[in-house]
Structure formats: C-alpha cells, structure tokens
Design a protein around this ligand. Structure first.
Ligand code: ATP
Ligand code: MG
Ligand code: MG
Length: 559
C-alpha cells in the first residue's frame, strides 16, 4: 500500500494514543443530517471519519443528526446509507440523534433547574437584535431571570401540539458579553410541528445542532469528533455543553473518562460547481437538472451515474489531503483521477458518434468475419470480445477529408489507414450529394493485412475505429460538461442561475455502438476508443441504448 505523509488529524490521533487517552480507544462518527443527498464534500468527511477509525483499529459509526424534522426524510436516509457503502466504507452501527431526544430533554430540564437555561418568549428578530457584535456585549433578554418554575412550565408547553412555532425558545443562560457570539445565550430548543421521520408527532420541541451534536458524541463514546472548519468557533460551546453534561451525568452516578475531542479540517470545494445543499436543492426543485443523480451534479449518486468509480473519488480526496485552510480544488484534478482509474478498468469498445458510411469495395458482398477485440490492454485478465467485419461500415465523419493537409493521418483519397483490430485499407474516393455533403466513402482493403498477419506489420500512421453497419446498435449518447461556467461559484455575486453553463448537456441521437454492449450492464466502465470514457445510463434499455460520457480521454478544458 502506497503511504504518503500523515494528515494533521492523524497526528493528533497518534498523539492522543501515545498519551493513552481514552484508554487507547478510537471512535469516530460520520454525522450527516438527512436533509439531502451527499456530495463529494461529504465523501471527503467520510474518507476521514471512516479512514481514521480503520487505520487506528477503531470504529466509525454512522449517526444521522436528525434534529430538524422540517427538512429531513427517509429518502435521504436511504440514499446516504447506499452512497457510503458504494464508496466502500462500513459503519459499526447506525445511530440517530433522535434516539437521544429523551436524554437531551432531561438534560435541558436539569439545565433549567440549575438556572442555566430559560424560556424566552421574544421573536427571533428581537433575540437577534440583542446579540451585539463581537466587540460590543449583547443585551440581556427581559426573560433571562424569570423563575425556574415558569421556564419549566413553558418548556413543557413548548412540547405540546398546541404551541405556536416561533413563539418561544429555550436558551442556555451563558454569557451575553462573551467575545464568542455562540456563548451569548444560544437557543437550544425550538418548536417544530412537522412530524419527524422517526419519532412522528411525539415531540414538538427539538434541540438545536449545538445542543445535540456534542452530547450525541458523548452518549456514544466518540473520542474524535472530526468536522469542518466552520465549526471552529463552535468548539468552546461544544466543550462547555460536554462539561455540563458530565456534571449532570455525574450527579446521577454515571462517571466516565470519556471526553470527545472536536477536530476541524478544510472543506472540499470544487471549481465549476456548487456544494451548498440549499443550491443543490434549488437545482433539483427547479428542474435545472434531472434530479439528485443527474450526472452533472457533484453528488455521490450523480458521479456514480456519470460513470466515476468510487476508487477514483477516493484517490482524488487522498491527493488533495486535509489542511486547516479552506481552498478551491480544481475539477480537472478529479477528472484526472477518474481517467487514471478508468484506464485500468474500462472495457475498450467502438462507438461512432457522428457516422458516415464507408464501403470496402473489394470485400465480397454478404461476407462477414469474426474478429477478436482486446477488452483492456492494461489488464490481460479482462479477456476479449468478438466484433464483426463486413463490406459496409460506419466511421466518424471527422475521420475523412477529401482535400486533406499533409499532417492529416486519417482517411483521405490515395492514403492508407488501419482499421482497429482488422485490416489496412486504402481510400479510393467518395460520393457527394448535390450540395457537396459526403454521402459515402470508398476504400479497398488489403486481405493480407489483418491484425496478426504478415502484411499488418507495415507502417501506417492512422488507426480508425469502425462498426459494421449490419452488426451494430443505434444509441443515444449524452455528453456532459461542467454545470457552471464560473470557476468559483461561491465567490460570484451574481445569482447562481446566471452562472449555469447552458451547454452542460448535449444529446446525440444518431450514434452507433457495438452489439456487444447490449450484453453489458448499467454503470459498467467503458472506453469508446479514441473518444473517451463512457458508461451505460440507467435510462438504457435493450431497445434504446443510452450512454453517458464520463470524461474525455484528455483534459480539453481551456486553462
Ligand atoms: P447543512 O449544514 O446545510 O445540512 P452540510 O453539507 O454541512 O449541510 P451535514 O449533513 O451537516 O451537511 O454534513 C455532514 C458532515 O459532512 C459534516 O461533518 C460536515 O462537516 C461534512 N461536510 C459537509 N460538507 C463538506 C465539504 N464540502 N467538505 C468536507 N466535509 C463536508
Ligand atoms: Mg448540517
Ligand atoms: Mg453542516
């Protein structure tokens, strides 16, 4: 196994292990909120969370941070389970923050009883207006010092079907002058009446992220709670709530040494796409793409449908690494990783995307020949498949020129080219319609020049791909390009609709592919020789084959 230098996160973990912290135990978690499909940014977190546990002999659990029922549902839960497995990771357990609703409620009641939390009946606007600025202390709520009994009664009222959303919140009573704004009496519970995907209508008051995440880590015995840099300012509050939780648990006789440690790394941001869940939702809801798994989406399911291998995504994430500074990662690097991996995996086949007819005039009519095509020159074990040669073939229109410049090594009258896996042919001319469009091209083949024969050894500059007209299938081919025209979409002030690339999808309906592809499956890795990497789309049927272009053979994006 290739090993590069270890990340700063791994250094921290190794330091903790060396100090004997947590009894040498390593436990991490991947904590998605089931409010959308996961994207390649989440894949980076997944590689870290699962990878670190695996590397240090620990466990990684999947925990759904499902504390906001208004945005969550089981469709997202199912897709996340599926996508993590596809990426090649296995969780030890599946947990839900919603499993801790009762424990969190009891802890919140304890906070109220200790004078550490109070119900605030102001509007969210009023509360926001009192926050102050980092250099200027906030204003205390008029409800801050209300009697404990009153807060307890109202907290219970919040959790009834009759409560009104937005009418009350529970706030931690911390420090309205703290330079860390998260300490200025953060809201820890709010009213939501949308039924929860797991607990239904049992609850009406739900904990906020900051009051659920660290506590869930603690309940589960997480040792290293790895997340992204935007949580750096939340860390003191994370630690504070864990201190209080340990005190509360200690009073009940539950004393443990466990103390989860939050560590933050940089988010993955990619050029020419968006990573915000809100924007991804908009793309789907406004039908700007076909769905979450549209092959142009940065989602894991979109990339899978596009034909990216999970290994190439993991290799890319490995190559960019983990740092403490946010950056913008070049999409071209991801594509290079995809090409690199597919080169080892893709089955080489022929497809003609812009066909023109080629007639081999000296090849007998009605005669056919079975030839062998190597599936992958990089991997002999992949074997071969059969292709058929005959008198009438499809070739690419671009592979012929009537008046060609000297450096044109494809088909032109009087010159020879090799047909991949078959014969050397000499172009003899073409037929044009009244407007000068090429209708048919003519050539003669050299019967002694078939691959493997004596005559095949002479130098011929060009090799063309081809299909026998009577032995191929019509196909639809979808050519994908970057979804946005702008490198750094997040930094652009224009509305993101204006940044969309109107040519991100081109559909070709008049393509041909080898009949062999009828036997292949959705998601198979293919290389259309001389064109690019492709896969079979889920829309494909034996009667109507559909292919997605995964990536071209070379990086053609203008720098
Ligand atoms: P939102 O907060 O709007 O729900 P999110 O993308 O942060 O969106 P979460 O479900 O909270 O979604 O994310 C789960 C985990 O994935 C978190 O630990 C988060 O830090 C991590 N994560 C999210 N986006 C990225 C990214 N672009 N790069 C790396 N990690 C990410
Ligand atoms: Mg979230
Ligand atoms: Mg988040």
């Amino acid at each position: 196994e290739e090993k590069k230098s270890i990340s700063f996160v791994e250094q921290i973990i190794e330091g903790d292990l060396a100090e004997g912290k947590n009894g040498g135990k390593i436990q991490t978690r991947f904590p998605p909120e089931p409010n959308g499909y996961i994207h390649i940014g989440h894949a980076k977190a997944i590689c870290m969370d699962f990878g670190a546990a695996e590397k240090y002999g620990g466990v990684c659990n999947l925990r759904f941070d499902d504390t906001n029922p208004s945005k969550e549902n089981t469709e997202y839960v199912d897709s996340i389970l599926n996508d993590i497995q596809w990426l090649g990771f296995k969780w030890a357990n599946v947990y839900y923050a919603s499993d801790y609703f009762q424990k969190l409620w009891d802890f919140a009641v304890w906070m109220i009883q200790k004078g550490l939390a109070y119900v605030d009946e102001q509007t969210s606007e009023q509360i926001a207006a009192q926050k102050g600025t980092p250099t200027c202390p906030g204003t205390e709520s008029p409800y801050r010092n209300r009697p404990v009994e009153e807060s307890l009664r109202l907290f219970n009222e919040m959790n009834t079907a009759e409560s009104v959303e937005g009418s009350m919140v529970l706030r931690a009573k911390l420090d309205m002058a703290n330079p860390n704004m998260h300490f200025r009496d953060p809201v820890i519970y709010r009213i939501i009446h949308t039924p929860h995907h797991r607990t239904g209508t049992k609850w009406h008051a739900y904990p906020m992220y900051d009051f659920a995440h660290g506590q869930s880590d603690y309940f589960e015995g997480v040792t290293h709670s790895i997340c992204t840099l935007e949580f750096v300012p939340h860390r003191p509050l994370y630690d504070k709530f864990i201190d209080l939780l340990k005190e509360y648990e200690g009073e009940a006789g539950n004393i443990t040494d466990n103390r989860p440690r939050q560590i933050e790394f940089n988010r993955l941001n990619l050029t020419y796409t968006v990573m915000s869940k809100r924007k991804l939702h908009t793309l789907v809801d406004e039908h700007l793409v076909e769905g979450w798994d549209d092959p142009r989406m940065p989602t894991v399911c979109g990339m899978r449908r596009r034909g990216y291998s999970s290994q190439s995504i993991r290799n890319f994430i490995d190559s960019i690494g983990y740092t403490k500074f946010d950056a913008l990662n070049d999409y071209a690097l991801l594509e290079a990783a995809v090409r690199d991996d597919l080169n080892k995996k893709a089955c080489r086949v022929s497809a003609v995307l812009n066909p023109v007819k080629l007639v081999i005039t000296n090849y007998p009519e009605g005669q056919t020949e079975k030839l062998e095509a190597v599936n992958n020159p990089e991997n002999e074990a992949d074997g071969t498949h059969t292709i058929t040669f005959s008198r009438e073939l499809w070739i690419e229109r671009d592979d012929f020129m009537e008046d060609a410049p000297k450096k044109f090594f494809r088909l032109t009258p009087g010159k020879e080219v090799r047909l991949k896996n078959s014969y050397i042919i000499m172009c003899t001319g073409c037929k044009k319609d009244s407007e000068g469009n090429i209708e048919e091209i003519y050539a003669e083949y050299d019967p002694t020049s078939r691959s493997g024969m004596e005559g095949a050894n002479r130098k011929v500059k060009g090799t063309l791909h081809w299909l026998s007209i009577a032995h191929c299938e019509k196909a639809e081919v979808r050519l994908y390009d970057r979804l946005f025209n702008v490198e750094n979409t997040a930094a652009d002030e224009r509305d993101f609709h204006e940044l969309l690339n109107p040519e991100s999808l081109k559909v070709l309906n008049n393509c041909y592919v080898e009949s062999y592809l009828k036997e292949r499956n959705v998601g198979d890795f293919l290389q259309f020789q001389r064109i690019g990497y492709f896969t079979i789309d889920k829309d494909s049927t034996p009667m109507h084959l559909v292919f997605n272009r995964t990536v071209g053979l070379k990086d053609t994006w203008a720098k």
